[in-house]
Structure formats: structure tokens, C-alpha cells
Design a protein around this ligand. Structure first.
Ligand SMILES: Nc1nc2c(c(=O)[nH]1)N[C@H]1C(S)=C(S)[C@@H](COP(=O)(O)OP(=O)(O)OC[C@H]3O[C@@H](n4cnc5c(N)ncnc54)[C@H](O)[C@@H]3O)O[C@H]1N2
Ligand code: MOO
Length: 411
């Protein structure tokens, strides 16, 4: 145990390492058409079947010529036209030039294109008002991609930065890794569905909405098993059903030490507990383990704890399971505190905060208010987490704070 560790609580970095060490990437693949390939992960290196561009073409509307033909007069005779899709074919004599459009194939022998703004035209006599460097305004064959190059490596998430690239290569079908199946349920006798009327002591089940929304943003197949009451037998059944249907089980609630907190006991009975309790706030009683072949992530019931533990702990696990090899945690930046941040040493706090750039370009960060584990309203005001290190106490105005801008999953 290091100097700043808290007895019984695993440091966040160690918890993430353990989660990843227990996660084996999926290997089953499926073929999807390119229109359905967004948000999928490539199962193999994708090599280009062609050069891009596939032929030398013009970057400008103008005239293709041989620079050696530009004599003292700078005037050449028009000998033909090359349009995108309708290239010039045939011979063009010395001393002539070819009208060419952007994207059109450069005629054999031409070594430059002069843009039409740098010409005067009289009948078929084209006078060039600027000189030309060899290869000027010509996009050579294979300038962007060479045939046979690996364009998209295995394990890449296909986004608007990759899908059009595959279209450019003429690739209609993509072999991708199957999506992780994640079964989830909430636990608690107090939980009602939205649309129902609340009785005494009851609240709405919001955690399943958090879990579903984040799983979908993480491109998983989300299997909603509903709300399970605080009843050991029903919980046991839900555990076993989830384990047969999914690669990962995510639950909310019942992982603390209360008399109706059965989740960890059932994990212990039906599977194995990997670890329990992390030095994180919110999210301390997070439980990790296995039920049959499924990984198990037991999130604490408090609504902000659910979002934070999904983000900090479950997200890396799912990225690895999904076979996403380039996945990185969100970037962190340093910002100056504009407000005080209340904190007790002992756990790493993920506080809801808002950062901005001041007139000097410096990053500033302030709290969005109530940091209680159930206070969800301060989340929608926030654009980042203020990540306050485990050993740290209160942060005073002017001190430096590590911030983690919300990534695509939370935006
Ligand atoms: N004696 C101790 N008590 C508590 C400890 C502790 O160490 N010793 N830890 C506290 C911490 S930290 C957390 S976090 C919570 C986690 O408890 P559970 O995971 O057992 O969660 P529940 O008790 O079931 O619920 C906590 C809270 O969240 C509400 N909740 C639960 N599910 C939902 C849902 N689906 N949607 C909305 N809200 C939900 C629930 O009503 C409770 O208010 O334990 C502390 N206690
Ligand atoms: O860890 Mo709990 O999530 O602080 O409230």
C-alpha cells in the first residue's frame, strides 16, 4: 500500500488495470454493409485495393500543358478538353494545351496545370500570364493512398473520419467485430417506472436510463432486464439470466452494506468477486467479478455514482472487450480553480465542473454546485470532471486542478 492509499479501498488506477487484465477482446466477426459500418470496430486490417487518386488529375480549372512548351510568348493553341469523367484522349501536338477541369484526368505528357485566372483567351489562342513549375496543380496517382497500403488498421472504431475513406476505396462490405452484449438491471424496492405514480418512499428508476444511454454511446448491444426487487431469489434469477444472454452484466444498487444490499452476496454465491470498493467518489462500493462467462460490474445505486463508475471503470473494459485497440481515456488538462472545491482526502473525486478559457487563453474551472452522489442536476450544467487526486483536501481558488473534458459518450 502506498503513502496515500486508504485501507480497504483500491486506488482507481489499480482498479482499471485489474478490470482490463480480466477482459479478453471479442473475436467473433460479422460482415456489415458500409452504410451500417459506422460505430463498428474493424476485425482486420483494411488494405486499399486501389491508388487514390486512381489517375493523375487536376487540382484546378485551367489548362494542362508541357512546361517546356511555354516559350517567350507564353501562348499555346487549344487542342482539346479533359472533363471529370470524360478525359481527353489522343495526341496533342507540341505547342498546344488542353482545357482541363478540377478532378479531370491530366492528359498523357502534361506536367503542369495553370489555373484559368492566369490566362487570357482569344479564340483557340491561350496566353498564360504566369509561369508554371513542373507538377503544379497536378494531384499525382496514389498521392493520398497507394494500392496495398493499410488504410484502416484492425481494431479501429469506424466514424465519419473512416467511413468515407472506405467509400473512396470502393469497399461495400466491412468485416467488423460483433458488438459486446451488455445486460443491465436496476435493483431496489423503491423504484418505479417513469409514467407511474410514486407512492410513499418511492422514486423513479433513472439509473437504467443512464446505463442504456451510455451503453448505446459506447456502441454496445444493450439488454434491459428491468427493475429487480430487493429479493435474493429474484436477484439470483436475474444474475443467471443475464449471464446466459450477455458478455457483461451491469447492475445498479445494492452493493453497499445495508440490510437490503444483496448484490455482492449473490455475486459471491453465483460467481466470484474480483474486487469491491474503490477509492473513488462517487462510486466507492463498485463491485467487479464474474458470473459464469460474463464479466460483472455492480454499480452503486446513487445516480451520479452510476454515471461516474460507468465512465471511469466500465468504459475502458467495454472498449477492450469490443476490440477497440486505439481507445484512450479522455484527455486531461490543467486548469486554475475559479471557485473553491470542497474535498476530503482518501478518495479520488470526480466532481462536476465547468471549464472555460479566459481572455488570456488560460483555462479556468469552477464547480457546478451540489456534489452529492444523488445530485444529478449539477451534471447537466457541467462540461468536465474536476479530477481531484486521492490524497488531496479542499482546493482553494487559484490552485491548479486536473480536468477531464466530457468525451463523446457524455456529450
Ligand atoms: N454504512 C454505509 N452506508 C453506505 C456506504 C458505506 O460505506 N457504509 N456507502 C455509501 C455510498 S458511498 C454509496 S454510493 C451508496 C451505495 O449503495 P448501494 O449501491 O447499495 O445503493 P442503494 O442503497 O441501492 O441506493 C443508493 C441510493 O440510490 C438510489 N437509487 C438506487 N437505484 C436507483 C435507480 N435505479 N434510480 C435512481 N435512484 C436509485 C436509492 O434510492 C438510494 O437513495 O451507499 C452508501 N451507504
Ligand atoms: O461512493 Mo458513493 O457513490 O460516494 O455516494
Amino acid at each position: 500500500m502506498g503513502c496515500c492509499d486508504t485501507p480497504g479501498l483500491m486506488p482507481v488506477s489499480e482498479a482499471i488495470t485489474t478490470l482490463l487484465d480480466n477482459t479478453t477482446p471479442l473475436t467473433e466477426t460479422e460482415v456489415v454493409s458500409l452504410v451500417n459500418a459506422q460505430n463498428r470496430i474493424t476485425a482486420e486490417d483494411i488494405r486499399s485495393p486501389l491508388n487514390v487518386p486512381p489517375f493523375a488529375n487536376s487540382a484546378m480549372d485551367g489548362y494542362a500543358l508541357r512546361t517546356s512548351d511555354l516559350g517567350e510568348s507564353h501562348t499555346l493553341t487549344l487542342a482539346g478538353k479533359s472533363f471529370a469523367g470524360v478525359p481527353f484522349e489522343g495526341e496533342w501536338p507540341t505547342g498546344s494545351c488542353i482545357r482541363i477541369m478540377t478532378g479531370a484526368e491530366v492528359p498523357e505528357g502534361a506536367d503542369a496545370v495553370i489555373m484559368q485566372e492566369q490566362t487570357t483567351v482569344e479564340g483557340d489562342q491561350i496566353t498564360f500570364t504566369a509561369s508554371a513549375e513542373p507538377q503544379q496543380n497536378i494531384r499525382p496517382i496514389g498521392d493520398d493512398v497507394k494500392a496495398g497500403d493499410v488504410v484502416i488498421p484492425k481494431g479501429t472504431l469506424l466514424t465519419p473520419r473512416e467511413v468515407p475513406m472506405l467509400a473512396t476505396l470502393g469497399i461495400a462490405d466491412v468485416t467488423v467485430i460483433r458488438r459486446p452484449k451488455v445486460a443491465f438491471f436496476s435493483t431496489g424496492d423503491e423504484l418505479r417506472q417513469v409514467g407511474e405514480t410514486l407512492g410513499k418512499g418511492e422514486i423513479y428508476d433513472s439509473n437504467r436510463y443512464t446505463i442504456r444511454a451510455m451503453l448505446e454511446k459506447m456502441h454496445c448491444e444493450a439488454i434491459d432486464l428491468g427493475v429487480i426487487p430487493d429479493c435474493p431469489n429474484q436477484l439470483r434469477e436475474a444474475f443467471l439470466k443475464a449471464a446466459t444472454e450477455a458478455d457483461v452484466i451491469v447492475t445498479s444498487g445494492g452493493v453497499s452494506v445495508g440490510e437490503a444490499d444483496y448484490t455482492k452476496d449473490i455475486l459471491d454465491q453465483e460467481g466470484e468477486v474480483g474486487f469491491w470498493k474503490i477509492a473513488i467518489k462517487p462510486g466507492k462500493p463498485f463491485a467487479f467479478g464474474k458470473v459464469k462467462n460474463a464479466l460483472f460490474c455492480g454499480l452503486p445505486g446513487n445516480p451520479v455514482s452510476v454515471l461516474v463508475t460507468l465512465h471511469v471503470l466500465v468504459q475502458p473494459l467495454l472498449a477492450k472487450l469490443a476490440g477497440h485497440t486505439q481507445w484512450q481515456p479522455s484527455i486531461t488538462l490543467k486548469a486554475k480553480a475559479e471557485t473553491r472545491f470542497k474535498k476530503a482526502p482518501g478518495r479520488a473525486d470526480y466532481q462536476r465542473a465547468i471549464y472555460r478559457t479566459d481572455e488570456n487563453g488560460d483555462l479556468l474551472v469552477s464547480t457546478t454546485g451540489n456534489q452529492g452522489s444523488g445530485a444529478f442536476s449539477s451534471l447537466s450544467l457541467a462540461n468536465c470532471f474536476a479530477v481531484l487526486e486521492q490524497s488531496r483536501g479542499h482546493v482553494e481558488v487559484g490552485e491548479t486542478v486536473t480536468i477531464e473534458p466530457f468525451n463523446a459518450v457524455l456529450n
